[in-house]
Design a protein around this ligand. Structure first.
Ligand code: ADP
Ligand code: TRP
Length: 328
């Protein structure tokens, strides 16, 4: 059985791009027979940029509520909050001491972030080692990530290799990256890639009025209502196509081509479809957010399951490195 592990950034309410590009595909992967998935919310990583505690806690809840709303099976898999297993910070220290400084100094994501951010802290620099600890602490075999994380995975493999070399045996499991090459890119309301950092999101879990405003704000050209329109260059159509069934898409296409059908009509259809198709998930999201103790229960169930392997791996490391034995 392959153990699949991935970290989810805890950056608050997921948008339509996160849902279609990350949540739904990961849940589908977790449903494959013979896979056991460890999915965790990477709240320790968020400390590199977010310092306010209430914001962090709420962001974790929103992310967790979204995954639960989409039906991630927390009985068959392991769903937890990174910081609930502090063993990961202990392992990070051990791994730090096997990580060559230039490896971190050359990380693309560090270079990129240190150019952009005003707060360039040591946590940001050490981010890839914490990520390696996330993976190695749970004996993960396979790590599905986007291309932007490929270098971090290579570092994880190198660090594990260095530890194993020192130990003279396979003390840590060297994971394989599962790079998702052709994941869909969901366009934002301005036609660029949908992203929180561009302020062009459709917030699937927002109240209806907010979502409506966002949909109505999708950029379109100025073709007059009566004239035929090109569906293939239109943002509204591109988004509709991602969620509608074949028949619905064909109907909208012919409406565009026929003329007399305005962008306002198309936006209304898109909004209605979003609300209808995701009605259940929106309701479940609100249900969890209105009672965050339920989320805490789910996360603590996951943390309990994750303890076992985490303690085993830490014990292996402590023994190999000559630290004392402690019982947890
Ligand atoms: P954001 O760009 O809004 O900050 P993140 O970088 O936190 O989003 O992305 C979290 C996950 O959602 C990643 O797996 C990413 O590939 C996926 N994702 C984000 N935006 C999109 C998008 N527009 N289309 C498809 N997938 C996306
Ligand atoms: N760094 C990843 C990202 O930015 C999130 C992450 C943290 C992660 N720890 C991980 C992904 C471990 C896979 C495995 O998306």
């Amino acid at each position: 059985m392959a153990r699949i592990l991935t970290g989810i950034q805890s950056s608050g309410k997921p948008h339509l791009g996160n849902v279609l590009g990350a949540i739904i595909p990961a849940i589908e992967l977790s449903q494959k027979k013979d896979n056991e998935s460890y999915f965790f919310i990477a709240d320790l990583h968020s400390l590199t940029t977010i310092k306010d505690g209430d914001t962090r806690k709420n962001n974790v809840y929103e992310v967790a509520a979204a995954w639960l709303a989409f039906g991630f099976n927390t009985d068959q898999n392991v769903f937890y909050r990174q910081s609930d297993l502090p063993q990961v910070t202990e392992l990070t220290w051990y791994l730090n001491c096997f990580t060559p400084y230039p490896m971190l100094a050359n990380a693309h994501s560090f270079k990129d972030k240190s150019d952009r951010l005003s707060d360039v802290n040591a946590g940001l620099f050490d981010y890839p080692v914490l990520m390696a600890a996330d993976i190695l602490l749970y004996d993960a075999n396979l790590v599905p990530v986007g291309k932007d994380q490929q270098q971090h995975l290579e570092m994880t493999r190198d660090i594990a290799g260095a530890v194993n070399h020192q130990a003279g045996k396979e003390l840590l499991i060297v994971p394989e990256a599962h790079i998702q090459e052709n994941v869909m890119t969901v366009p934002g309301t301005d036609g660029q890639k949908m992203s929180k950092s561009y302020g062009n999101t459709l917030d699937l879990f927002a109240p209806k009025n907010t979502l409506k405003k966002q949909v109505m704000g999708i950029t379109t050209d100025s073709t007059p209502l009566e004239e035929p329109k090109n569906p293939d260059t239109c943002n509204v159509f591109a988004l509709y196509e991602l969620i509608a069934n074949e028949k619905q898409v064909a109907v909208m296409r012919s409406n565009y081509l026929a003329g007399g059908y305005g962008y306002g009509h198309a936006k209304k259809e898109l909004l209605n479809l979003l609300l209808e198709k995701f009605a259940e998930q929106r309701e479940r999201f609100d249900y969890y957010m209105s009672d965050t103790a339920l989320i805490e229960q789910e996360l603590s169930k996951g943390a309990q399951k994750a303890q076992k392997v985490a303690n085993e791996v830490i014990a292996r490391m402590r023994e190999a490195l000559g630290f004392g034995v402690i019982n947890r």
